[in-house]
Design a protein around this ligand. Structure first.
Ligand code: 5AD
Ligand code: SF4
Length: 480
């Protein structure tokens, strides 16, 4: 494959120089104090944010910071989400708390970044109510973190007033992808890999396209190189990440489809499992279904956000599929991949939702029989078309529907849960069980959790486990 996309090597090299400069400064300081500086990242939101936090962590570790598990640290970062109003409120709550910590910790740095910082009103609130914050940046310029830290430290001599020293760097959008900066991973045996950034769909309720910008696919060679390096480093499972992975490659020249990319990833020997997230139903191609059906490595799990079962509402939501399209898609997927586990996202109380619309959603839930679902009360996001729509649904009506939907989802999940009892399935062992040290916890290809007795040396291995009993959201098993 030819290298065609504009990845910015010049910018990467510039940032690496700044990282090294800070590292020398921090090394010198360590020689004097014999104390390493600590950092802590609080991550809100989705897998994309978790992945971004790994990149932040990679840069900080390279500079010489060590990670700690509380906010009582030399550098605390809040990587924010703004998809619903309550995500914003949680961030402001935490900022209030860290402000108090900072008073007793001279030299402590606090940064706020991520989706919420792409919104002017949220940034204004941070500036006004939390003036002790040192650095604000957004979703497009994480790669500049070292430069921002350096500017903040150099600002120390600029003014006595804290708010004058605050460093704010926010970009509205970007077409830049900066590769090959330091990186970190939470697990040694599984890793998330970004394949496409941003979203072009503008679902009428959703703020994501405004805060994450337009779709930008990574060059396939860069992705495959990253995955090969991960595989050589012991990674067995990769999760390909994007707001809408199914539009991967559309803006690349030559074009490449998501299904074609998957086929390339499959060829990497040491990668045993491939997951991806998230799929938009309108873009999920038959080609992808066929590739999944034929694959031994692509996991038997698909997260396929429905949002609503009402064709009328789906149109107003700008989802570009009907209830029938969705059901037909599910049929075709199940035909090709009979053991697939399906999960979804559903919004309740979208403006104008009637009881009839809601019952259409319940109908789809019953017909599909989801393995699980994330259910959300509609949250008004300023700047999105739905925020200005008339007929906002009464809060109590929405809550009542939400509870009914949850009952339906629980029933559907319970039905799906015990499906694999009395069979032997491969499990990727992830960790020692947090509640019982004699048990290990791992995942099936369909993403279901399994607890079973075993030695922790098995962590990171894929092993056959006999599934004895279903406990709803997990199985109890024993090594086969
Ligand atoms: N209100 C409620 N839920 C929302 N989501 C996105 N925007 C909103 C909103 N304004 C949900 C969608 C999406 C998931 C990540 O968050 O279901 O799939
Ligand atoms: Fe939001 Fe729709 Fe894009 Fe998903 S596809 S991120 S719901 S605009």
């Amino acid at each position: 494959m030819n290298k065609t996309y504009n990845t910015n090597e010049f910018e990467a090299n510039r940032q690496l120089e700044i990282i090294n400069e800070l590292k020398s400064r921090y090394d010198e300081e360590y020689q004097r104090t014999k104390v390493k500086k600590t950092f802590h990242i609080v991550t809100f939101g989705c897998q994309m944010n978790s992945r971004d936090s790994e990149k932040i962590s990679g840069i900080l570790k390279q500079i010489g910071y060590i990670e700690t598990d509380t906010e009582d640290a030399d550098f605390v970062l809040y990587n924010t989400c703004t998809v619903r109003e309550n995500a914003n409120n949680r961030v402001f709550g935490r900022l209030g708390h860290v402000g108090k910590l900072k008073k007793n910790r001279p030299g402590m740095l606090v940064a706020v970044c991520g989706c919420m910082m792409q919104e002017t009103t949220a940034v204004e609130r941070v500036k006004k109510s939390y003036p002790f914050v040192d650095i604000i940046f957004g979703t497009h310029n994480i790669f500049k973190l070292a430069e921002l830290i350096k500017t903040r430290i150099d600002n120390e001599s600029v003014s006595d007033k804290h708010s004058d020293r605050m460093v704010i760097d926010l970009w509205k959008d970007t077409d830049m992808i900066v590769e090959n900066l330091p990186n970190d991973r939470k697990y040694p045996f599984k890793a998330g890999v970004n394949i496409i950034y941003g979203c072009n769909n503008f679902c009428s309720y959703c703020i994501v396209p405004y805060v994450r910008g337009r779709e930008r696919s990574r060059n396939p060679e860069d992705i495959l190189e990253e995955i090969r390096a991960l595989a050589n480093d012991g990674v067995k499972e990769v999760m390909l990440l994007g707001q809408n992975v199914n539009s991967y490659g559309k803006n690349l020249n030559p074009q490449i489809s998501f299904a074609q990319l998957l086929k390339e990833v499959e060829k990497i020997d040491k990668i045993k499992r491939i997951r991806f997230m998230t799929s938009h139903p309108k873009d999920l191609s038959q080609e992808l279904i066929d590739v999944m059906g034929a694959s031994k490595k692509i996991c038997r799990h698909l997260h396929l956000p429905l949002q609503s079962g009402s064709t009328r509402l789906l149109k107003i939501m700008n989802r570009k599929y009907t209830k029938e399209d969705y059901l037909d898609l599910v049929d075709r997927i199940r035909k090709a991949v009979p053991d697939i586990s399906l999960t979804t996202d559903i919004i309740v109380g979208f403006p104008g939702e009637t009881e009839e619309d809601f019952m259409e959603t319940i109908d789809v839930v019953k017909k599909v029989g989801f393995d699980n679902a994330f259910t959300f009360l509609y949250s008004k996001r300023a700047g999105t078309p739905a925020a200005n729509m008339e007929c906002q649904v009464d809060e109590n009506v929405a809550k009542e529907r939400f509870d009914r939907l949850l009952d339906e989802i629980h029933a559907s999940a319970a039905k799906a849960a015990g499906r694999d009892v009395n069979s032997v399935k491969d499990v990727l062992v992830e960790e020692v069980n947090s509640q019982n040290e004699d048990l290990l916890t791992g995942r099936l290809s369909n993403n279901m959790l399994v607890h079973f007795p075993g030695d922790k040396s098995l962590i990171g291995e894929i092993i056959p486990v006999y599934l004895e009993e279903s406990k709803g959201f997990y199985y109890i098993g024993k090594q086969a």
